[in-house]
Design a protein around this ligand. Structure first.
Ligand code: G6P
Length: 540
């Protein structure tokens, strides 16, 4: 495992900062679980959040039970593994399984189309892992209810198909015990985004066929380095990230090139954004972007060259990035274990769901299949969608960013029809031409500021904290879409589609309430709408 720097200034800054942290006793304090490292206000939370450093050893206890579950699933022919979990409860398994090239269907969405897609895929051989630390996350609770009904309707006993991962004593533990589900209890002394090597990372990944023992072995190998005062990759990385951000280089562009580790930047995004984006400070991870030459960008490469290069196997990467984030938190003077602003959008959503009608407002403009809502930055009325994009791009502060947030089905682009006999390249062109995520790159070339992209509500558990708690220099573009075939959430008064829209509007309220420029584009026809978005971006 190694962390290296490709610029002399950064090498110097990192060494100086790591030296100072070592002199303050940070590595020893972390190794011994000292909760005072982030100041008195953070101490109570930190006291129950430092268990992740022991996981390479303690999580081994879970392996026999996980192995028994895997054997049962194989024996019963349950070959479609679905994971319902948000943020820290699904991002690690997504990377672990992608890196091991084994299939896992992740549900971290409230999009009815995307959930229907999972439901209609091999229900008869599906095993569902419901993963929620708190046990109260609305998206995950909805997925559990929907799958319970689907199993029952298909004459399948949910107890034979649902496995729960949660913290001891959570409401989900109680529900699961009453329903007779198999329950894995995770370490309550580890927070959601630090939980990659707990039952949250291991249970679904092993079920999908990943080698989780090797993951723990790789993490165990780097562990002794993390108590060192020199040659400590976690300390070096954290010192570099924290000190660079404190000096204004606070946009972290993360690339994984053609590395065998597949998708780690999305996991790092959540870890870094949610841990550091608060009190008006923080590090903004930028994923899926080409590095620009803006002075406030820092390029981190995972097993690929960057200004910071982090090389090593996945299990070790998890641990080193967690360590680095905790260290960066100390350098920046923030509590890396809380997420004070995530709840704000959740509360807005809950309040909206209590209303008879969602307050969607009146469109400012309708451009074909796209309705534009919100307050346009700049003067006068916009004439079309390209104009809306131009105005938003102009509204990005000189040290800021644009966040594109799409509350859509992230698999929908794969439905786009392509010609028979098309090459893989041609198919990829078709998919990217039907994918809302393509908008990120198209807008990015029209500004010298970073542009991020997130699928809603997934990003609410990640960069959503940074948007609201970090430096107030974002401009925001929301995309929502008409729902054709909604899904009831059994036992709840709302449908998934209504919940999804309420989440978008709830977050919009939180951003607008901070005076940030935020525009919502609503696609009245999703396929035509995405095509129109991309065409309009081309015209900017
Ligand atoms: O595991 P859960 O309790 O369902 O939480 C899922 C996610 O929810 C929130 O957004 C937290 O801020 C995340 O850190 C967490 O991973």
């Amino acid at each position: 495992m190694s962390v290296t720097f490709g610029e002399d200034d950064l090498t110097e800054l990192a060494a100086e900062t790591a030296g100072r942290l070592a002199a303050e006793g940070v590595p020893q304090a972390l190794a011994s679980g000292d909760s005072r490292l982030w100041g008195p206000e953070a101490q109570a939370e930190a006291a129950v959040r430092l268990g992740w450093l022991n996981l390479p050893h303690t999580s081994r206890e879970l392996l026999p039970e996980i192995d028994a579950l895997v054997r049962r699933a194989r024996a019963e022919g349950l070959d479609h593994v679905v994971l319902a979990g948000m943020g820290g409860s699904s991002l690690a398994p997504e990377v672990i399984t992608a890196s091991d090239d084994v299939p896992l269907t992740v549900l971290d969405t409230t999009d009815p189309g995307q959930v229907r897609r999972a439901l209609s895929d091999r229900l008869e051989s599906t095993i569902l892992v419901v993963a929620s630390k708190s046990g109260g996350t609305v998206e995950t609770d909805s997925h559990r209810r929907i799958y319970e009904k689907a199993f029952r309707d298909a004459g399948i006993d949910p107890a034979s198909r649902i496995v729960v991962v949660t913290d001891p004593g959570s409401p989900l533990e109680q529900t699961a015990r009453e329903a007779g589900y198999q329950v894995f209890l995770a370490d309550p002394n580890v927070g959601g985004r630090y939980s990659a090597l707990t039952a949250f990372g291991l249970v679904p990944s092993a079920l999908a066929g990943a080698d989780v023992e090797r993951l723990l072995d790789d993490a165990a190998e780097v562990l002794p380095l993390l108590s060192r005062t020199e040659g400590n990759p976690g300390l070096d990385l954290g010192a570099a990230l924290g000190a660079a951000a404190a000096a204004g280089r606070d946009k972290l562009v993360i690339e994984d090139g053609l590395s065998e580790i597949n998708g780690l930047p999305d996991w790092i995004e959540q870890l870094v954004a949610e841990s550091t984006g608060k009190s008006g400070k923080g590090i903004l991870p930028v994923v899926g972007a080409d590095p620009g030459d803006a002075e406030d960008e820092l390029l981190a490469g995972i097993d690929t060259d960057g200004v910071v290069t982090v090389a090593g196997p996945l299990g070790a990467q998890f641990l080193v990035w967690e360590y680095a984030t905790a260290v960066a938190g100390r350098v920046l003077g923030i509590d890396p274990f809380n997420q004070p602003n995530v709840s704000e959008s959740k509360e807005n959503t809950a309040a909206l769901l209590d209303r008879a009608e969602l307050p969607v407002g009146t469109p400012l403009l309708v451009d074909g299949p796209v309705e534009v809502y919100g307050e346009l930055p700049g003067d006068g009325e916009a004439k079309d969608l390209s104009d809306v994009f131009t105005r938003l791009l102009e509204a990005i502060p000189s040290d800021g960013y644009l966040a594109v947030m799409a509350y859509l089905d992230r698999e929908a682009a794969f439905d786009a029809p392509y010609a028979e006999g098309a090459s893989f390249e041609e198919m990829t062109d078709v998919w990217s031409g039907a994918d809302a995520a393509t908008l990120r790159g198209m807008l990015a070339i029209r500004t010298d500021r970073p542009v991020t992209f997130g699928w809603g509500p997934r990003f609410l558990h990640s960069t959503g904290q940074y948007h609201k708690g970090g430096p107030q220099n974002g401009a925001f573009l929301q995309i929502t879409g008409a729902v054709e075939n909604d899904l009831e959430v059994p036992g709840k008064p709302y449908t998934l589609g209504r919940l999804q829209l309420a989440q978008a509007l709830g977050d919009l309220g939180a951003l607008a309430g901070r005076g940030r420029p935020v525009v919502r584009l609503h696609l009245t026809d999703r396929v035509a709408g995405v095509a129109r978005l991309l065409a309009a971006a081309r015209e900017v």
